[in-house]
Ligand binder design. Structure first.
Ligand code: SF4
Length: 164
């Protein structure tokens, strides 16, 4: 499906506040050069599977889970600095709407972004919205399949790097 090339903006009320534990994690991940992993965090079954898969990928070296809230809404946070300065950023969106991909590709260098659409990997549950429509064990199993696909694609890219 083709997408328009225009953009739109939303306004965010600014804050001077900081999250101490988020800043500690952001600084540590920045210093260690860890690769941030984000998901769309959507609340339907597709967002939930993307979230679970992102958590699984982030448990592997050299990845760590990043917070989209601080990235988008607390630009002075260490987490935002870490994501914006990372050499590569992994994003697992829940579906073809790419809710976070369409934001992130305008926030960081698009060449650093590795985007995945979880639904295109497991291809089911489109009749459901509620997370609980799929039993928890099955959600975990499907998320593991998505995480394995993502990790395999990232490993292949490491083995056969391309320009950009
Ligand atoms: S990408 Fe899909 S699952 Fe994720 S927030 Fe958007 S609509 Fe929901």
């Amino acid at each position: 499906m083709s997408e328009p090339t225009t953009t739109f903006s939303i306004e965010v009320t600014s804050t001077d506040a900081r999250c101490p534990s988020g800043d500690a994690v952001g600084e540590e991940n920045l210093a260690e050069g860890r690769i941030p992993v984000l998901s769309c965090e959507g609340i339907c079954i597709r967002g939930e599977i993307a979230r679970l898969a992102a958590n699984m990928v982030a448990k592997e070296e050299p990845y760590s889970r990043a917070c989209h809230g601080e990235l988008f809404a607390v630009p002075h946070s260490a987490i935002a600095r870490w994501v914006k300065n990372a050499g590569k950023v992994v994003l697992i969106d829940g579906c073809f709407l790419r809710c976070h991909g369409r934001i992130l590709e305008n926030l960081i260098d698009e060449r650093k972004l590795r985007q995945f659409d979880a639904l295109s990997i497991y291809k089911k549950y489109t009749e459901f919205f509620d997370v609980d429509a799929v039993p928890e064990a099955e959600r975990q199993e499907i998320a593991r399949q998505v995480a394995n696909k993502v990790l395999a694609a990232l490993a292949e890219e490491e083995a056969f790097p391309q320009d950009g």
